[in-house]
Design a binder for this molecule. Structure first.
Ligand code: URA
Length: 283
């Protein structure tokens, strides 16, 4: 019969094994970050936010601005397109997205990552979805890939912090919420948020679109063709009528630095179009 000491050691080992497998299970589900000291009941927080929205004061003429638009456009039957189209300004669209509970992704994310840079900049850059750094800070492209993106933009004289629309960039993603574990968004998730990014483009009013990576390129051009074949060729974005240039995602360039040569060609094509050269649109 094993001694009491041996039994306690075995029990401790079992407990450790159980704990490790419970932890692995949570990581598989996407809970890969320790965020707070205490658990947060997001369902309760959401209910409180909804009742608070119902109690929001109304401004002159019966409207409280963006929050009011978001609240009025919340009927459960409204489609994502109807909701998006109801937003008259970027601010209203941001608030609507932050409050809309049409996607489960919202429950697992910290912040609604809407955009950064200058609305009205001549170029709008569209990525996939926020990662952990972006979720924490509430801004797109602030992690390692974002730092590379800033250097890429700097190489063609653009700066997201610039105040001149010709020198600035406006940056957003297809999804405003971080997918758990930074997984690639599903086709359903992309389709759900497509009307919002289309409205976002219309309200931001860029002259050119620059999509980085597979997800935004496929979503905005309704294509299954991958980025390696799409990059570097100007296309017509059907929803806005704007010229759109697909290129590589900076996270891919961090993994495949040899592809920076092609990315540089794309950046130079973007620079020429910003300088007034008419993009030769294919397809
Ligand atoms: N990758 C993206 O596509 N978007 C971000 O905001 C950050 C990383």
């Amino acid at each position: 019969m094993p001694s009491i000491l041996a039994q306690s050691i075995r029990a401790a080992e079992m407990a450790e094994e159980d704990l490790l497998s419970a932890l692995a299970w949570q990581v598989d589900l996407g809970a890969d970050e320790a965020i707070a000291e205490h658990p947060i009941d997001r369902f309760a927080a959401q209910e409180a936010a909804t009742s608070a929205a119902g109690a929001m004061p109304r401004g002159p003429g019966g409207s409280s601005g963006a929050a009011d638009v978001a609240r009025r456009a919340q009927p459960e039957m409204a489609t994502p397109r109807a909701l998006a189209e109801a937003a008259p300004t970027l601010d209203a669209l941001h608030q609507m997205l932050a409050q809309w509970d049409g996607s489960e992704l919202r429950k697992g994310a910290r912040n609604c990552v809407f955009a950064d840079g200058l609305p009205g900049a001549h170029v709008m850059i569209i990525g996939e979805a926020p990662g952990a750094d972006e979720d924490r800070q509430g801004k797109p492209f602030v992690g390692r890939a974002g730092q590379l993106l800033d250097r890429m933009l700097g190489a063609i004289g653009l700066d997201r912090a610039a105040e001149d629309p010709a020198k600035a960039a406006y940056i957003a993603n297809i999804l405003p919420w971080r997918p758990p574990g930074n997984r690639t968004p599903s086709e359903q998730e992309v389709a759900l948020f497509l009307p919002f990014i289309e409205r976002h483009i219309a309200l931001a009013g860029p002259r050119l679109l620059f999509t980085i990576g597979n997800t935004p390129t496929k979503a905005l051009l309704a294509t299954q063709t991958g980025i390696k074949r799409m990059r570097g060729r100007w296309r017509h974005h059907p929803a806005s009528g704007l010229p759109l240039l697909p290129s590589f995602h900076p996270a891919y360039l961090l993994r495949q630095p040899s592809e920076k040569r092609l990315s540089w060609q794309d950046l130079q094509a973007l620079r020429r179009a910003l300088d007034g050269e008419t993009p030769q649109i294919e397809g």
